[in-house]
Design a protein around this ligand. Sequence first.
Ligand code: MLT
Length: 276
Amino acid sequence: MNTASISTTEMAYVDRGAGLPVLLVHGYPLDHTMWAAQIDALSGRARVIAPDLRGFGRTPLGQVDPIRGLSMEQYADDLVELLDALAIREPIVLVGFSMGGYVAWQFVRKHADRLRALVACDTRAAADTEDAREGRLKMAQHVAEWGTARVAEMMGPKLLAPQSFATKRDVVEAVRRVVEGTSPAAIAAAQRGMADRPDATDLLPKIDVPTLVIVGEHDLISTQSEMESIAQAIPGAGLAVISEAGHMAPMENPEKVNEALRRFLDAVGEDATARA
Ligand code: MLT
């Protein structure tokens, strides 16, 4: 892993391959390792950059407002600073998974000039319900005393398809290890930020870059029907439903996710050649 100095922290990231920059943004409470299969599969044809967002994996949390936590906009600004630190000025393909998708909407809103194409993977555009918001704030308040093993226990059943618990023990264990290894402070900061995130539904019809929506067929957090609505609302967006996968589709069925990403990147590359 490499690190880059940005204004808020030392950001850890993987940077592999050459060509079209593809930025893979992980979910909560995870890190770049969720993309291991995509980094391997795509770095032969693109420059794949997979950072650890602030507080996750190997990136220190830095200064955080204890009441407001870290907003999705702040995470998006960090990503632009990372691109600047890497001297990547050409527009990128942004792949946002779940919380990484919430960050991606803010990237689209604020940094559209840096965007060539978008992949929204197992994510949501709607803001939280009041109940969900309260649940997040409760978690933020108590995670230090509860411990992260309890967070892993609470989240586990929602992250993976039921059949994955029986057939993909390595994935189950890898997810549990990363969740348990995340610092309570990072969990609290992200939960507060997600609780306050703006509804991005109004943004969808205005997205004017090629977009692919990916969803695991058994995703309980960002359901297939919700993601179908996102795909319908974004002009020209494609939809890939990933069989034998829940929320963690990139880890549960990496072959199918990689196939969808490869096809999408090929089309984005051809489109750029035709326009040149
Ligand atoms: C994620 O995978 O990033 C989370 O499930 C997002 C969320 O808690 O809404």
